[in-house]
Write a protein that binds this ligand. Structure first.
Ligand SMILES: Nc1nc2c(ncn2[C@@H]2O[C@H](COP(=O)(O)OP(=O)(O)OP(=O)(O)O)[C@@H](O)[C@H]2O)c(=O)[nH]1
Ligand SMILES: [Mg+2]
Length: 700
C-alpha cells in the first residue's frame, strides 16, 4: 500500500440524518474513483462501509466505516458515520478524526433532526464543511426546497456551488458554478460526467447563482471585496483561493447536488473534496495535556515525536481487537514501540494498516494527519493517546452522554450467564456508549444504551459472535433515592451475650448535597471516640447500605455523612461491628431526612411537519414533559422539551403512529429530578413487589 504525504490527505466525515444516503454515497465515490469495480448497494448488502452482519441485515449503519479513495493524487479518507439517533454516539466519537465534513441532506425531506445534530458535532470539532443535497432523483425531491431549509437552519452562508439539471427521475446532471460548466451522467453510468454547455433553460439561473456565490466569497476578505468592487467579479484564481480560505474559516458552507444511487455528480464531489477541503496540516496544532495536567500542544506535522489518538475500536472475532487511530504528529513506522499515556504500558504496533471497509492493507508508515489501524494491541481502547515515550501527551477523549435507556437481559442458561460477562466486555470495548451492570437488589443484568435498537444489536451480536443466548426484558428506569432534609442519629450495634461479643457505636449527621454531588464522607472524630482503624468500616457500612437503597432499593445519592462521635469496646469492637453500626445509622438517618425518589429527565427534541405540532405538544404534556421551546424549520417544527425517562419508553412507536412516520426525535440524558409524590408511591410499590418476587424465588 502506497504511503501518502500529509498535504495529499483529506479526512472527510460523511454525516447526516439516517437514510440520507451516506453509505451509498461513499460507495459511489469509491466506485467513481475506481477503488471498487462495481457500485456496492445498501439494498443488496454489498457496500464497502456497511460490512457488519447486523448492518447488512438491518440496512443501517451501526458504526463508522472507513474507506479511502485516491483521486487526483489525493487520498480521501472517508468516514461513513451512522445517522440514526440511536447510533449517533459513534458519529460523535469518530468525527474527531475528520478534518472536514460532507453533511448529507435528503433532497425530499430537507434538514432533519440528526442533520442539525451532526452540524453541532461539526461545530464542536471546528470542521469546515459542505452540504450535499442527495437523493435528488427521488420523487418529490427538490433542490430549491432543500436549500431553503438548509439556509433557514444554517444561514445564508450555506450557498450553492452547483445547480441540478433535471428533477426527480429526470435528474441527470449538474452545473458547476465555479467553472460554469455542465456535466451530464448517463443512467447506469460510473459516476463520471460528460462536460457540456450549460443548457439554455438554466443558463440565467446559473449566472445569477454564480454572481451570488462570487459576491459571498468576496465578502469574506477585504482584498477580494476591493477586487469585486473594481472589476465586478473575481479572477478564477482568486475565486478558488478565496473559496478554499472561506471554507477553512467556516465562513462559507458550499452546497452541492448528487444522487448516490443514480451516480450523478459523483466525480464532481471527488474533485471538490480534493480541491477545496483542507488537508490535516491546516488545523495547525493539536491540543492536549501532559500526564500532570498542564496544557501542551503538538504541531500537526511529520517532524517531531510521534503521537496518535485512538477514535475507534473494533472487536473482530478472528483478528481480535482492531484499533483505529489518527496520527497527530510525527511519522508512525510499522512495528513501532509506543507508550499508551492513558494506561502507562508499552504497545507494539506490528502490522499497521489502512482500511478499505473491512479489508486491511499493510503499510510501511503513516504520516501526520493520516488514519490507520493496527490489530492486537494489549490495553489500548477508544479515547487513548499513544506516542513516543520521551514526549508524553494526552489528547482529550470524547465525552458521551449517559445512556438514555436500560434493559434487563436474562441469560438463557447457566452456561450463557458464565460467558455473558466476557462477551459483553468485548462488545463494550467496541461501543463505549453502552453500559453494563448488575442491579444489586434484583440481581438482574442491565444493559444501557441509546435506544431499544442498539440493545437489540448487542443481543444479536452476543448470539452470532459469541454464541451467548439472552432474552431482553422490558426497559428499566434507573431511579435513584436521595434526601431533602437532615438527620443527626446514632447507630449502635451491640451483642454481648455469650461468646465473643460485638460492639460498634457511631453518631452521624446526614445532609443533602446538590444534584450530581454523589456521596461525601467526612471524618469529624476527635479524641479517639472511635479508633482510626474502625472509621473506614463505618463508611463502608454506609456505602453498602446506600447502594441497596432505602425507599425502594434504588441507590441513594447526593448526600454527605459526617461521622462525629461514637464509642467502642476494647475487646468486643471489630470492623464488622462498626460496619453494622454504620449501616444502622444510615437507615435511621434516612428515616429522618425526608427521603425522596429521583428520576432521570431527558432532553427531547422532536422534529415533525407543523400540522402535528399541536398534537405532539399535547402528548408531551401528558407525559409530564416541560416544553422548552419551538422553532419552525420550513414546513417542519422542532419541539424541545424535558421529559421524564419513565414516560419516554414507548415514544419511538407512539411518535411514528401520531405522525404517520414523518416525525423523528432525539433524546439525551439531562439530569435527575425529584419524582412527584403520587407517582413515587406507585414506583415504590412496584419496585417492592418486584423485589419481593425475587426474594421468594431465591428462598425457594
Ligand atoms: N433514490 C435514491 N435512493 C438512495 C440514494 N442514496 C441512497 N438511497 C437509498 O436510501 C437508502 C438508505 O441509504 P444509505 O446509503 O444506507 O443511507 P445512510 O445515510 O448511510 O443511512 P444510515 O447509515 O443508516 O444513516 C437505501 O435504500 C439506498 O439505496 C439516492 O441518491 N437516490
Ligand atoms: Mg449508512
Amino acid at each position: 500500500m502506497k504511503v501518502y504525504q500529509s498535504k495529499d490527505i483529506r479526512n472527510v466525515g460523511i454525516a447526516g440524518h439516517g437514510d440520507s444516503g451516506k453509505t451509498s454515497l461513499v460507495s459511489a465515490l469509491l466506485y467513481a474513483a475506481g477503488m471498487t469495480n462495481r457500485f456496492g448497494s445498501v439494498d443488496d448488502g454489498t457496500t464497502t462501509t456497511d460490512f457488519d452482519d447486523e448492518e447488512i441485515a438491518r440496512k443501517v449503519s451501526i458504526s463508522t466505516g472507513l474507506a479511502y479513495a485516491e483521486w487526483n493524487k489525493t487520498k480521501l479518507n472517508l468516514l461513513d458515520t451512522p445517522g440514526y439517533n440511536i447510533f449517533i454516539n459513534d458519529t460523535l466519537l469518530c468525527l474527531i478524526a475528520a478534518d472536514a465534513a460532507l453533511v448529507l441532506v435528503d433532497g425530499v425531506a430537507g434538514v432533519e433532526v440528526v442533520t442539525e445534530k451532526v452540524w453541532e458535532y461539526a461545530n464542536r470539532y471546528q470542521l469546515p464543511r459542505a452540504v450535499v443535497v442527495n437523493k435528488l432523483d427521488r420523487e418529490r425531491a427538490s433542490f430549491e426546497r432543500s436549500l431553503q431549509s438548509i439556509q433557514e437552519v444554517f444561514g445564508r452562508t450555506a450557498i450553492p456551488v452547483q445547480l441540478p439539471l433535471g428533477e426527480e427521475k429526470g435528474f441527470h446532471g449538474v452545473v458547476d458554478l465555479l467553472t460554469m460548466k455542465a456535466f451530464t451522467y448517463p443512467t447506469g453510468g460510473t459516476g463520471k460526467g460528460q462536460p457540456t454547455e450549460i443548457p439554455a433553460p438554466v443558463s440565467a439561473a446559473a449566472t445569477e447563482a454564480r454572481e451570488k456565490l462570487v459576491e459571498m466569497i468576496a465578502e469574506t476578505k477585504d482584498s477580494l471585496m476591493e477586487e469585486f468592487f473594481d472589476k465586478g467579479t473575481l479572477t478564477e484564481e482568486h475565486l478558488f483561493a478565496g473559496l478554499r480560505e472561506a471554507i477553512l474559516a467556516r465562513k462559507v458552507f458550499p452546497v452541492l447536488c448528487a444522487s448516490a444511487t443514480a451516480l450523478v455528480g459523483i466525480d464532481l464531489l471527488l474533485n471538490f473534496a480534493a480541491d477545496f477541503l483542507p488537508d490535516p496540516l491546516a488545523r495547525g496544532k493539536a491540543a492536549g495535556t501532559t500526564p500532570t495536567g498542564e496544557a501542551v500542544e503538538r504541531q500537526i506535522s511529520d517532524s517531531g515525536p510521534v503521537s496518535l489518538f485512538v477514535f475507534k475500536t473494533m472487536a473482530d472475532v478472528f483478528s481480535g481487537r482492531v484499533t483505529y487511530f489518527k496520527v497527530l504528529s510525527g511519522v508512525l513506522a510499522n512495528d513501532a514501540n509506543l507508550t499508551n499515556f492513558n494506561k502507562g504500558g508499552a504497545e507494539r504496533l506490528a502490522h499497521i494498516a489502512v482500511m478499505q471497509g473491512k479489508a486491511a492493507s499493510a503499510v510501511a508508515e503513516i504520516h501526520a494527519g493520516d488514519i490507520g489501524t493496527v490489530a492486537k494491541l494489549k490495553d489500548t481502547l477508544t479515547g487513548d493517546t499513544l506516542g513516543d515515550k520521551s514526549a508524553p501527551i494526552l489528547y482529550p477523549a470524547v465525552r458521551l452522554p449517559e445512556p438514555a435507556i436500560s434493559f434487563a437481559i436474562a441469560p438463557s442458561s447457566r452456561g450463557d450467564e458464565d460467558k455473558l460477562g466476557t462477551a459483553l466486555h468485548r462488545i463494550l470495548e467496541e461501543d463505549p456508549s453502552l453500559r453494563f451492570y448488575r442491579d444489586e437488589q434484583t440481581k438482574e443484568f442491565l444493559l444501557g444504551g441509546s435506544g431499544q435498537q442498539q440493545v437489540e444489536v448487542v443481543v444479536s451480536r452476543l448470539k452470532k459472535r459469541y454464541n451467548v443466548d439472552v432474552t431482553l426484558k422490558a426497559p428499566k428506569v434507573p431511579y435513584r433515592e436521595t434526601i431533602r432534609g437532615t438527620a443527626d442519629v446514632q447507630g449502635r450495634h451491640k451483642k454481648q451475650t455469650g461468646g465473643h461479643g460485638q460492639f460498634g457505636d457511631c453518631w452521624i449527621k446526614m445532609e443533602p448535597l446538590p444534584r450530581g454531588g454523589k456521596f461525601e464522607f467526612v471524618n469529624d472524630i476527635f479524641g479517639g471516640s472511635i479508633p482510626k482503624n474502625f472509621i473506614p468500616a463505618v463508611e463502608k457500612g454506609i456505602i453498602e447500605s446506600a447502594a441497596r437503597g432505602y425507599l425502594a432499593g434504588f441507590p441513594v445519592v447526593d448526600f454527605r455523612v459526617i461521622l462525629y462521635d461514637g464509642s467502642y469496646h476494647d475487646v468486643d469492637s471489630s470492623e464488622m461491628a462498626f460496619k453494622i453500626a454504620g449501616s444502622l445509622a444510615f437507615k435511621k438517618a434516612m428515616e429522618a431526612a425526608k427521603p425522596v425518589l429521583l428520576e432521570p429527565i431527558m432532553n427531547v427534541e422532536v422534529y415533525a411537519p407543523d400540522t402535528y405540532a399541536g398534537d405532539l405538544i399535547g402528548d408531551l404534556n401528558s407525559r409530564r414533559g416541560r416544553i422548552q421551546g419551538m422553532d419552525s424549520r420550513g414546513s417542519s417544527q422542532v419541539i424541545k422539551a424535558q421529559v421524564p425517562m419513565a414516560e419516554m419508553l414507548t415514544y419511538a412507536s407512539d411518535l411514528t403512529s401520531v405522525t404517520q412516520g414523518r416525525g423523528s426525535f432525539s433524546m439525551e440524558f439531562s439530569h435527575y429530578d425529584v419524582v412527584p409524590q403520587q407517582i413515587s408511591e406507585k414506583v415504590v410499590a412496584a419496585a417492592k413487589a418486584e423485589r419481593a418476587g425475587v426474594e421468594v424465588a431465591e428462598e425457594e
